[in-house]
Write a protein that binds this ligand. Structure first.
Ligand SMILES: [Mg+2]
Length: 169
């Protein structure tokens, strides 16, 4: 169980992710979580820094796709602002939306990374699909009450992973 929740890589902030880091590992596609990864929770305002970062990733030749459990309307707004495709109401960690995103990206799992702020949805789902999973620190402390509840268990998992020396900090 623990292994399934373990990200392959950790970052503090999405905009710090360098396109070459992915390209050097043969990764061509990147799935992006929306809430607390691309934008603050419940928001659709994209920071200028994130817009610049998305532009840099695209220019480097990476294919991007938003994959979010949020409702279509808000995911679409962000997708249109950034001009990248999206899959909404994804029900991560279920596999179906990841499969849909792979079709959109037109990449194999081995060529695809996924980034998100939650171990139990983004990382577990990505690992189930054998994607290169990247865990990021949430952009804000605001989130669904249910997510706050799940974070309690996430902290326990993180503690165990740290103890085993699998993840740092
Ligand atoms: Mg999220």
């Amino acid at each position: 169980m623990l292994k399934r929740l373990c990200p392959r890589f950790q970052i503090k902030y999405l905009a710090d992710l360098d396109p070459n880091f992915l390209l050097e590992r043969g990764l061509k596609g990147l799935m992006l979580d929306l809430d607390n990864t691309l934008v603050a929770w419940g928001e659709y305002n994209v920071s200028s820094e994130m817009i610049t970062w998305v532009h840099k990733m695209k220019k480097a030749g990476l294919k991007l796709c938003i994959i979010s459990n949020a409702l279509e309307q808000r995911v679409r707004i962000v997708g249109e602002i950034l001009d990248i495709p999206w899959v909404s109401q994804a029900i991560k960690p279920r596999k179906s939306a990841f499969k849909r995103a792979l079709e959109i990206l037109d990449t194999k799992p081995s060529e695809t990374a996924t980034v998100g702020d939650q171990l139990f949805t983004d990382i577990w789902g990505g690992n189930r699909m054998a994607l290169f999973t990247i865990w990021t620190t949430p952009l804000s402390a605001r989130e669904l009450l249910f997510t706050k509840f799940v974070r309690y268990f996430e902290r326990k998992v993180v503690k165990m992973l740290r103890k085993k020396g699998i993840i740092c900090e």
